[in-house]
Design a protein around this ligand. Sequence first.
Ligand code: ADP
Ligand code: F6P
Length: 326
Amino acid sequence: MNKTIKRVGVLTSGGDAPGMNAALRAVVRACLHFGLRPFGIRRGYEGLLEGEIEEMNSHSVSNVMGRGGTVLLTARCPEFATPEGVKKGMEMAKVFRLDALVVIGGDGSFRGARDLHRAGLPVMCIPATIDNDIACTEYTIGYDTAMNTVKEAVDRIKDTAFSHERCSVVEVMGRGAGYIAVNSALAGGAEACLLPEKGFDLHEDVIKPILTCRNAGKMHYIVINAEGVGGTMELAERIQSLTGISTTATILGYQQRGGSPTVRDRVTASLMGVRAAELLSQGVCGRVIACRDGKVTDLEIEEALSQTKEMDPELIRAAKILSIYE
Ligand code: ADP
Ligand code: F6P
C-alpha cells in the first residue's frame, strides 16, 4: 500500500517494556525530520477509542530516553479486539485525520494493528516486549534490560542461597515463552531450568541435577522456572520434600518490566523508530520493523504474524551441560 502520509498517530500497547520511550522519541523526532506530524495516543488502543490524542513535538519527548515504562501510558483493551472496536478506532482516526498509525508493542498489539490496516488505516509496527516472543524478529525492545534485571536479581538471591546453603526457585516472566528463563539460567549458573517450550520430568530435570551437584560438594542451588510453566511454590515444596534441602521460591514479577533501558534497548529502539518514520514518509506501510541477522529491517505485517519462532536448542543444551559442573 502506498499513500501520502502526513499525520501519524503513535501509541504504546500491551505490557510496558524498557525502551518504549526511546522508540517513541525516535518515532516523533524522525517523523518531524521527514516532514510528518506526529500525534501521541495515550493508553494504547483504549486511548484511540476514547480519542485521547494530542500532537507531539520534539520537546514532548525530551528527557524520556532513560526512563522505564511508557510516558504515553499503555493498556490492554479487550474492546479493541472486536470488529466493533476496530470500527470505532477507524472512526477516531478519521476524527483526528490520522493518515497512519505506529504501534509500539507485542504481537497481540500487532494483531490489532493488522485489523486496522485491513480496514484501510496504514500502520507500522515496532516490536517492544520483554518476552522476545515475536516470531518475525530476533530481538524485541525491552528484552535486554529485562534479562539484565533478572541476572542481577538471581545474583543477589544466590548470595543468600550460598550463605544459608539453600535452594532457590526463581520464577521469571516471558508469558508462553522461555527466552528470559533460558538466558537467565545460563547467566545465573542455574542447576535446572524449566521452559514452557519443553516438557519436564521433576526427577530427571530438577531433583537429579540438584542431588548430583550436592554429591559433588555443592551446597546452594538455583532453579529457574518460566512463568509459562508455573507452579513455582509447589515446585519449591516438592524439591524440599524430596531432597531435604531448605528451598524457597521467589517470583520476580514486575521488577523485570521496569527500569532504565540498557544501551542495546535504547539503540535498537532508536534505529527501529527512525526506520518506521522513514518508511511512512515514503508512503510505505503495513510493515513490522524487525531485527534479522543483527540488522534492522522490515517485513509485511501478515507475513510477520504468520511466522513461528523456535528456541535455539544450543541455549538449552549449554544450560544443561554447565549446570552440572559449575
Ligand atoms: P502484547 O501486545 O504485549 O502482546 P496483548 O496481547 O495484551 O499485549 O495485546 C495488547 C492489546 O492488543 C489487547 O489489549 C488488544 O486491544 C489488542 N489485541 C490483542 N490481540 C488481538 C487480536 N487477536 N486482534 C485484535 N486486537 C488484539
Ligand atoms: O508481555 C510482558 C509480560 O510481562 C509477560 O511476561 C507476562 O506474562 C505479562 O506481561 C503479564 O501482564 P500483566 O500482569 O500486565 O497483565
